[in-house]
Design a protein around this ligand. Structure first.
Ligand code: PDD
Length: 287
């Protein structure tokens, strides 16, 4: 069964799907994206993802490619055509196609919209949860508007590659004061010495992850104490638990950072509990 992509108004074979060479996403990374999880035939937290898309588009003054209702229908159709039950959809909106010029194209230039969907193997995620993952720390060299989910991900790609070459799966960004920011494609959490769940405030220094937001609801349901505050690398290395969150992974335990073992080197109980109830708390909309 061929994979199908939605590209600017048409459902086309993924293998031959194309955008114009002067799409501003291609030339200037002038676009935004969302990645949303699909689980057991349900779209997880779509309302929050589309709210964040709205914010990203607004911050960059890119218009919606179609109404929110129409976009929801196209997302559903793309998922159906790819028979996704467990997996994700990827959605990208750029400022559209125009002759190369740094300034914005003339008003009325239609934004480009691409949506892809893919199935993922739940057993790979289960193995990562059972064993935990390794991470490295890297200095944050990104621009200061990482609160916008822009497709300008070159520093993130470089950091992930650096992690891979060090035998790790995630790179954790550190700011100029030695405080933890977020992962190359995840938010970072610790369970501190008092058993409190701690994550960095979602100001302009990090992306406000949707999984991060829903995890706050999960924490409230589990009656866990949650604090949004900065924490240092030594505090993270000495934490009871460290885990990372993203729509694609929900909550992966981190058992080693820069070659140093976290706690006893095994995934912790809090992240386990969070995973158990996450999907009961998250919004689920049938495909
Ligand atoms: N990344 N921080 C960064 C830099 C991210 O790229 C992501 C998500 C997150 C977590 O956000 P959310 O919980 O909404 O997925 C935090 C996606 C999954 C990606 O780029 O593939």
């Amino acid at each position: 069964m061929p994979r199908i992509a939605y590209v600017n108004g048409r459902y086309v074979r993924h293998s031959s799907a194309m955008v114009h060479i002067e799409d501003r996403g291609y030339q200037f990374a002038d676009g935004v994206y969302e990645v949303c999880e699909i689980r057991h035939g349900y779209i997880v937290d779509m309302t929050r993802h589309l709210n964040r898309l709205d914010r990203s588009l607004g911050e960059l003054r890119i218009s919606w490619p179609m109404s929110r209702d129409a976009l929801t229908q196209v997302i559903r159709q793309t998922l159906r055509r790819n028979h996704v039950r467990n997996g994700l959809f990827y959605l990208q909106v750029t400022r559209g196609v125009a002759r190369r010029d740094h300034v914005f194209p003339v008003q009325g230039t239609p934004p480009s919209l691409v949506i892809t969907a893919k199935s993922t193997d739940p057993s790979i995620i289960a193995a990562k949860n059972a064993n935990g993952i390794k991470a490295i720390t890297v200095f944050d060299n990104r621009w200061d508007r990482v609160d916008i989910k822009s497709v300008g991900l070159l520093p993130n790609a470089m950091a992930r590659q650096q992690a891979k070459e060090a035998g790790a799966q995630e790179a954790i960004y550190i700011d100029a004061d030695g405080m933890v920011k977020e992962g190359a494609a995840t938010n970072v959490w610790i369970v501190d010495r008092n058993g409190t769940l701690v994550t960095r405030p979602a100001d302009h220094g990090i992306l406000r992850g949707i999984t991060r937001t829903t995890l706050m609801d999960v924490g409230a349901k589990l009656e866990l104490k949650i604090e949004e505050r900065n924490f240092s690398v030594p505090e993270m290395l000495g934490a009871r638990e460290v885990f990372i969150t993203a729509a694609t992974s929900i909550c992966f335990p981190v058992v080693s950072i820069d070659g140093q073992t976290i706690a006893n080197g095994h995934p912790g109980s809090i992240s386990h509990k969070i995973r158990e109830v996450f999907f009961d708390v998250a919004e689920k909309i049938a495909i």
